[in-house]
Design a binder for this molecule. Sequence first.
Ligand SMILES: CC(C)(COP(=O)(O)OP(=O)(O)OC[C@H]1O[C@@H](n2cnc3c(N)ncnc32)[C@H](O)[C@@H]1OP(=O)(O)O)[C@@H](O)C(=O)NCCC(=O)NCCS
Length: 196
Amino acid sequence: MPSSSSSFTIRHASSRDVGHVSDILTESFYRNSDYQVNFLQRCFTDLVYPLLRYGIMLDLGSRFDDKSSCYACLVATHPTNKFQAIASLEICMRYVPVKPYREFWLGRDMQQYPYVFNLAVHPQWRRRGVAKQLLLAAEKTVKQWGFSRLYMHVLEDNQPARSLYERIDYRLHSQEGMVNYWLLGRPKKLLLLKKF
Ligand SMILES: CC(C)(COP(=O)(O)OP(=O)(O)OC[C@H]1O[C@@H](n2cnc3c(N)ncnc32)[C@H](O)[C@@H]1OP(=O)(O)O)[C@@H](O)C(=O)NCCC(=O)NCCS
């Protein structure tokens, strides 16, 4: 690409980014900053953190090496250190239900479409518009692949992410995880769609 509006630059990740992206993902999805309420959980996470990070690094590395399918990892950098990724997302092709959940009686027709996953911004860089820029860059990438829609999942209780997606016109397409929701009280998984 690379595209740089405001102060951030968005570019395709290379194998040199694997370490930084793994840090961002581990920090964002496994570390809980709520020190008092989750003290024990935090101690446990600190212990297993290197293992989690290593596992994420291996997964990322194998996706970077797989040149066969439509796949992209975009990273954002700041001019103060253009080699250090501060946020990232990945795009792949994934089977999704074509019909929205309101039309469930019409059958569950599945088709492959571009799908965003692992969107994460390093905690120190949040609320500066980085995620929004990454998602807009993801749309451009997907358009270059010849598609005009992008899907993603978000957990019902992830309010920051839901606010972000709502703000940039992702709309609810279907709901998943209903059994876990009813039986175990787990948050529903919402499949969102943006058409452009
Ligand atoms: C969700 C996440 C990616 C947002 O990244 P970000 O760079 O802080 O988001 P942006 O600055 O681009 O936010 C754009 C808009 O989204 C909304 N938003 C983002 N974070 C929000 C929050 N914590 N609370 C409320 N609204 C929020 C706001 O409307 C914001 O605009 P504003 O700052 O002008 O009010 C980030 O919090 C994160 O990495 N979370 C942990 C990982 C995660 O949950 N990923 C999503 C998985 S589905």
